[in-house]
Design a protein around this ligand. Sequence first.
Ligand code: TEU
Ligand code: CA
Length: 556
Amino acid sequence: MSNSNNFFNGSLSEDWWKSAVFYQIYPRSFCDSNNDGIGDLRGVINKLDHLNDGNGGGLGIDAIWLSPFFPSPQADFGYDVSDYCDIDSDYGTLDDFDKLVFEAHKRKIRVVLDLVLNHSSDQHDWFKESMVDRTNSKADWYVWANPKPNGEPPNNWLAVFGGAAWTYEPLREQYYLHNFLAEQPDLNWYNPEVREALAEVVRFWMSRGVDGFRLDTANYYAYDRQLRDNPKRPAGSHPLEDGQEANPLSGYITKYSKDRPENIEFIHFLRKIFDEKANFTSIGEIGSSEGLEETLKLGADYVRHGDGLHMAYTFAMLSKEMNAEYFGHVVGFTEQMIEDGWPCWSLSNHDCTRMVTRFNCFAEREGFQQMMLLLLLSLRGTPIIYYGEEVDMEEYPITKEELRDPQGIRFWPEIKGRDGCRLPFPWDSAAPNQGFNTGKKPWLPAKNSLSLDQAQAYPESSYHVIKEMLKIRKTNPALQKGKFRQILLEGDCFVFERKTKDQTLLIAANFSTENHSIKLPLKVEKDLTPGALKHSGSIKNERLSLPACGYFLGKV
Ligand code: TEU
Ligand code: CA
């Protein structure tokens, strides 16, 4: 299969990613083409038409972000990479990958890969060599440090997945740093050879036809070279409470182990390589640091001035908290901080509790979920839909026996881990394993309460609401690129404007389960709200009435 196929030649605008709608696929859970219980690349290919068939069918997605499928011992389900330039046999082959790129491009779907460049697997050849002694050619490719005189780890840094961020290696009589699992040693980004090796990885996939990268933990690459202790968090100060579960780090301010000011230099290094290819994009994961505003400010720092990341998302919208005021604050503060940068928004991913469950969608289950998705698709910035949101996938209450996520295994029952948001996609209510495969027990149970066939048969489902909204976005430029302005925040209701030279749109949402009526300062000429939406607002005598969890889109 040729790698040079490019269906976008001539038609691809430099900033296509600003108006694109992204969709995150967790390949292990999307579709299992060979019935071994594990989703795979051929499975993704088989289901591309669901996302966009290139002829107006399917949801109308413009780009997919695929969670990692590189060779991996799967200690962290692919976020522990043992070879950056190949495909894990669980998921397929490089030929399958080339076919996936070809088939996606044919449908005008761009392909974004998830690069885990902060750490590799401990089974990567680089680490296997590095750990042997202090003089080998990769001796300085990871972060090695001597024990304290009493044999303890070099400092007090903790791992996200529990315990010290350091593991002792008897062969070297030294500790190595791992911000996540011990099976995920941190690469030493300060070593120019490491940077060059990673640059080659980036170029390998760029030349294979990918359109961008999602960069895992992009704020972790740098660490304090003096290895100073992280300060204890002062009593009464709290980090952002995200949609993930209690984190062992929260007792400390992670000032020295991540979020280093010099980290941006490494991002500049990557950006120069990304710029070698026309129309390339990147999305960094900038995980929460301190409070909400610090988090948003940090995310904005990575995308300003055109020399950092193209986009970054923080955990602010992955939060447990959600109401009109919080939403307005996150959006407003981002708009204020981001200057010439471009926002990027997602409401869920493979690390946090499914949105339906996390927001405890009140009595109005699909209503709240649909309102949130429509808001996501109305904001200035690139939206990322997480697979399954079109069928209202809920968090699955995983049992101890079903656990797969190392985080859940380690902390059970206090922390139940992330398996509950990674269930097989429910394609067909009548088929074995909801159509994920043809009957072999899937790696996680196929147990969503709604399946795609049912969502498609129900005209007011999230599936139809999203599909219709994506069409509306395509024909209304202000939704793609218009400026954002808050119009009002009144109790449970949030109203804003998106405006280009030629078009002004008004968007309103009611975050409560009560009806609200608001007096609008603008006259709405035309109702553009998706017809599939049950909870839609309506205008009467210059007042907008919004039902419980209502959403409204109008032309001013
Ligand atoms: O996540 C980074 C991260 O800090 C968290 O999302 C973390 O997974 C969470 O706090 C645990 O509750 C990225 C990936 O998205 C995640 O899947 C990986 O496990 C992690 O990096 C390590 O690569
Ligand atoms: Ca399979």
